[in-house]
Design a protein around this ligand. Structure first.
Ligand code: HEM
Length: 406
């Protein structure tokens, strides 16, 4: 049976404000249509998406059936390279999230150690201190949480982890901030200029780290590269970009989304604040599920003709797993649209599953826990206005969210 065809995509939009502001009713309609449905997504094109927990998990875990690299299915391009990235800048996409095995594992092994649970736990006091420092610099009374806190904390944290010197952080923040919006040709041009500057900044960082090694992942990766590992200079640059981009905006959006979700559920917020030290871990799991800041995975190629959850898929077609669809599937979560901070167990797929499961999930959890602790300790009576989302598929990217501190 072939229920749908990519030639006739359904009209649901993952980038519409309706979806970004209130995804549950649209996800329900998508699920009613089928577990795997065809959409036409801006900047991505015609693609299958998953709408249930089971289908999402199958695509995420199907390492022999779904591929990121085009050559695995006889294509020249990777499944998700945006058409607007010029050839000269494509090196930044040579990262593990765009690779199949064995290259993926080779790259992941180089940084795995740095992201181990224990090591990341030890960063908690530093992250908490930094969170307070950043928040104390915000304007009094009323400010944009994204601009003055939620964007800075993840950038500072990854910069610490990499060992980026203070001298370069402002430049990073400045250029990186321009990269997220690719919703029009003019914005794409701005993004390309920023990308070019960032690539040369990273090259500069690498040559400084080579001349004068500092504690941090960058010097460690350089040492292993120069010590004979096959990590090329381009792969090293790509790794830095991946860590910056996979780890910054995702966390920013989860911090903002969490504050908004708690604002809308005051009894849940009160429950959390009554014993935040003991409740923060379960609470942040539920916030990760409920906010689902990453709505879709990178597109994958279908490796061979197959029937999956009642839908025929053909080799070479593309498919995206939607963590948000899994997280809102009522067959897996009771009342998924409701925020229940003590939800347990909570097998959400916000950080993916399978070989590409999020490398930074421990770091993200601790950052968000620290962010919430500091925000509510400093401003227990804060109120906030609704987040303003960028109309982009794949993530719930908050461009602005104002809070009043008393
Ligand atoms: C709320 C925060 C975060 C969320 C929701 C999130 C979510 C995800 C998801 C869904 C994937 C899989 C994507 C796919 O398969 O297409 C992923 C992969 C990845 N994430 Fe995260 N992430 C977060 C924070 C971070 C942080 C803080 C870092 C590191 C500093 C990070 C580094 C990575 C890397 C390196 C990968 C690729 C892993 C691989 O290909 O093996 N993430 N993340």
């Amino acid at each position: 049976m072939r229920r749908f065809s990519l030639r006739s995509p359904l009209t649901f939009s993952l980038a519409s404000l309706n979806f970004l502001e209130n995804p549950a009713p649209i996800l329900e309609k998508m699920r009613e249509a089928g577990a795997i449905i065809p959409l036409k997504i801006p900047m991505i094109g015609r693609i299958w998406v998953t709408t249930t927990y089971a289908a999402t998990e199958d695509v995420m875990k199907g390492r022999t059936s779904f591929f990121l690299e085009g050559q695995s299915v006889g294509k020249s391009k990777s499944a998700q390279m945006p058409w607007w990235i010029p050839k000269g800048m494509r090196l930044i996409a040579a990262n593990m999230l765009n690779k199949d095995e064995p290259d993926h594992m080779r790259l992941r092994k180089l940084v795995d150690q740095a992201f181990r649970r224990q090591g990341i736990r030890e960063m908690r006091p530093t992250i908490e201190r930094k969170a307070l420092l950043v928040l104390n610099k915000a304007p009094p009374a009323e400010f944009d949480l994204i601009k003055h806190f939620a964007r800075t904390l993840p950038l500072e944290t990854i910069s610490d982890l990499l060992g980026v010197s203070a001298a370069h952080r402002d430049a990073f923040a400045h250029e990186a901030g321009k990269i997220s919006d690719v919703s029009s040709i003019t914005k794409i041009l701005g993004t390309l200029v920023a990308l070019k500057r960032l690539i040369s900044l990273v090259r500069q960082l690498i040559s400084e780290a080579r001349r004068n090694p500092q504690p941090g992942l960058l010097s460690e990766m350089l040492a292993s590269r120069d010590g004979g590992d096959q990590l090329s200079e381009d792969e090293l640059i790509a790794m830095v970009f991946l860590l910056l981009f996979a780890g910054m905006e995702t966390t920013t959006n989860l911090i903002a989304g969490s504050v908004w979700a708690l604002h809308q559920a005051p009894e849940q917020k009160a429950w959390l604040l009554a014993d935040i030290e003991n409740r923060r871990e379960t609470a942040v799991e539920e916030l990760s599920r409920h906010v689902s800041s990453v709505t879709g995975s990178k597109p994958r190629y279908v490796g061979h003709d197959m029937q999956l959850h009642g839908q025929n898929l053909s080799r070479g077609e593309r498919i995206m797993a939607l963590p948000i669809a899994a997280n809102y599937d009522p067959s897996r979560f009771d009342n998924p649209a409701v925020l229940k901070l003590d939800r347990f167990p909570n097998p959400h797929l916000s950080y993916a599953a399978g070989i590409h499961f999020c490398l930074g999930l421990q770091l993200a959890r601790i950052e968000v826990q620290a962010a919430l602790e500091v925000i509510y300790r400093e401003f227990p009576n804060l109120t906030c206005s609704a987040p303003k989302y960028l109309k982009r598929p794949g993530s719930r990217t908050v461009k602005e969210m104002w809070i009043k501190t008393n």
